[in-house]
Unconditional design. Structure first.
Length: 221
């Protein structure tokens, strides 16, 4: 029993670690959508962008807020706006369904996750509908993190599994397989945790998650 308790504690500590949600998902956003301008211009399926004036307008209004967000804004201007420009909160509401609105929803979600408002973050994430596969996958993973923090582990692991299976790649697949494994550990489902970790070891051996995966396998076997 003591061993199982220790395993669950280690898994929980790693799942809810001290790494800033803002920093983590902001960085993932810039990695996953490295050519953020391309998203706004519509290469990822926003064909309507060229023909709908509101979509074009959304591009024009979000740049100042996005710049503050990218620079690690600590004043709240990126979210609340200033007298000179709109913040993500109003952009998400006024331009929902446009490229600028999608970015604003993502930005607000990371902000609320940083504040521990998991339900609020989930509302914004539900409004994210990125055509870009990488960004869409990150949104699924963020939902999983929110449900972990809410203690709803069954829901969390569903999102992590979905994120891991969506367009397999060396960046998101092993990352979310590991998160799924950690949730399974918390649930005392060591067989499922083993499968997640073994998949990382066998299929994603070059990933950073694979570097110390033997430690996790030893813990659950």
């Amino acid at each position: 029993m003591a061993k199982n308790d220790n395993i669950k504690t280690e898994a929980k500590d790693e799942l809810t670690g001290t790494e800033s949600f803002f920093d983590k998902y902001k960085n993932y956003f810039f990695i996953g959508g490295g050519a953020i301008v391309v998203i706004v211009l519509g290469i990822f399926g926003y064909q309507k962008f060229v023909s709908e004036p509101k979509a074009i307008e959304s591009q024009e209004v979000y740049w100042n807020a996005f710049y503050d967000y990218q620079e690690g804004d600590t004043t709240g201007a990126a979210y609340d706006g200033t007298e000179n420009y709109d913040g993500f909160e109003s952009i998400a509401e006024d331009y929902d369904g446009t490229p600028g609105g999608e970015i604003a929803n993502y930005g607000m979600a990371t902000h609320l996750m940083e504040d521990g408002d998991w339900d609020g973050a989930l509302e914004y994430l539900d409004n994210c509908d990125f055509e870009d596969v990488m960004l869409g996958t990150l949104v699924l993973g963020m939902k999983g993190d929110c449900y972990v923090e809410k203690g709803e582990l069954d829901q969390a692991v569903e999102y992590f599994e979905e994120a891991a299976e969506r367009e397999a790649n060396e960046f998101t697949t092993p990352m979310f397989l590991k998160k799924a494994g950690l949730v399974y550990e918390e649930q005392d489902n060591y067989e499922a945790a083993t499968k997640s970790y073994e998949k990382i070891k066998k299929e994603w051996s070059a990933s950073k998650e694979a570097a110390d995966i033997d430690k996790y396998l030893a813990r659950v076997q």
